[in-house]
Design a protein. Sequence first.
Length: 196
Amino acid sequence: MTPPRSQPAAASHPSAAAPVAAPAPPVVPTAAAVFTEHAAFVLRSVRRLGVRESEVEDVAQEVFVIVHRKLATWNGTSTMRTWLFGIALRVASAHRRKAHVRRERPDGSSPDATRSVPPEQHDALSRKQLREQLDRALDALDEGKRAVFVLYELEGVPMKEIAEGLGCALFTAYGRLREAREQVRASFKRMERMSP
């Protein structure tokens, strides 16, 4: 029978130092603080996710109702912005599937396009038309590509954060971005050829 080995003293072993404490859970902000800090982001996001301008505020309100209800479940594994975008993505998607939204189809003519435009408003009109072209190009993207494109290209969110927030691999997120860029470019080229 072999004698039991003696254990080295805890003080003499470098890895036997005091146990490392788990990181503290994130401080969950109040719903009012989330709204104050992120309302503009949510409004932009739902608009860029295909919600018509006349319905953007209503859909954003739905997002913040869900945020209020689920804020205590936010655990900090994603940033607040990507967590909010995930909620906005689901709410906007559900909104676009509703029957009343599918039935209403704009005829493509803009009342502003038929009026004469004073020279000082020409730049504002050009920006509005570009925004409308971008919205049409975004409408042609599937939901995954649209989400990555909006977050990366328009909101400046780092790709690693986007992948984590959308629950996909980093490589997949980059692939979606590449395909979305190609589709948006092609869409703008088509619109350019069609314009007078």
